[in-house]
Design a protein around this ligand. Structure first.
Ligand code: 6PG
Length: 256
């Protein structure tokens, strides 16, 4: 499936489309398979999308009992820490929905043994998707991703070890440039997804976005380039500020 890049006037319009795409894909997955498995992105960009999903009309268009929430990465902090991706999603989305605890699969960033936390999360993925550990990763219905101004995505940062991981689904990743350690999905899981939706907003992302979308392949320098679903949809949602250096004008989004 070729990459699609849709442009939006601002972060609000981008978030509204992303939320509608969540609803559309959730309805289709639940209709076809009885469940919608989605991985949320970290950082600040997803907040508007998360909030839009908790408000009518979108809130009322999802069978929330059939949604399973996962996280594409997590910082090495407790779940109530201001830097926690889980905490951000809990406040803006998860706590506002009628969910059972079993529907939310949290990456245990607080654990001292992050390799163990990664292995346990991978085992949870296997159970949730009904797939054995091995070369065939779970296939998410939808994976949301952001992109940092250095071109990272999830916690796949430039020149870090996780970029080379070709088998494990979830790993601990040392990030020297931030002097920290993260938990992150790897390319095998991301590229097995039925759909990946990048959300990129703001002037500070413009240089990286140009390099990722229009520059020569350089996955170590710009890890977001490595997300190319084998058979799924790859959709970039970018606002005007982030798209300011692109030679190719993003397409107008389809009406949903
Ligand atoms: C994280 C995210 C990361 C994020 C980008 C963009 O844990 O930080 O998973 O990949 O999506 O850094 O972050 P913003 O949306 O805050 O710009």
């Amino acid at each position: 499936m070729p990459r699609q890049v849709f442009g939006f006037s601002d972060a609000e319009a981008l978030a509204a489309f992303a939320a509608q795409e969540f609803v559309r894909r959730a309805a289709a997955a639940i209709r076809e398979r009885g469940v919608f498995r989605v991985a949320l992105a970290g950082g600040q960009t997803p907040r508007r999308t998360h909030e839009a999903l908790t408000r009518p009309p979108l809130r009322n268009r999802v069978d929330w009992t059939s949604v399973q929430f996962f996280f594409g990465d997590e910082r090495a902090v407790p779940p109530d820490h201001p830097d926690s991706n889980f905490n951000a999603a809990r406040l803006a989305l998860l706590d506002q929905l009628p969910l059972h605890a079993s529907q939310v699969h949290r990456l245990a960033g607080e654990r001292g043994d992050l390799d163990g936390a990664a292995r346990e999360y991978a085992a949870d993925l296997g159970r949730s998707f009904g797939v054995p550990q091995g070369p065939n990763p779970p296939r998410f219905d939808l994976v949301f991703l952001g992109m940092g101004k250095d071109g990272h995505t999830a916690s796949l940062f430039p020149f870090t070890e996780a970029l080379g991981e070709a088998r494990a689904w979830v790993v601990r990743n040392e990030v020297p440039q931030l002097d920290t350690t993260r938990l992150t999905f790897t390319y095998p899981v991301l590229n097995a997804a039925l759909a990946v939706l990048f959300m990129v907003s703001g002037h500070d992302k413009a240089e990286a976005l140009e390099r990722v979308l229009e520059g020569p392949p350089n996955l170590q320098q710009f890890p977001a380039q490595g997300v190319k679903p084998d058979a799924g949809d790859l959709i970039w949602l970018v606002d005007e500020a982030a798209a300011g250096r692109l030679r190719e004008t993003p397409a107008s989004p389809p009406s949903l």
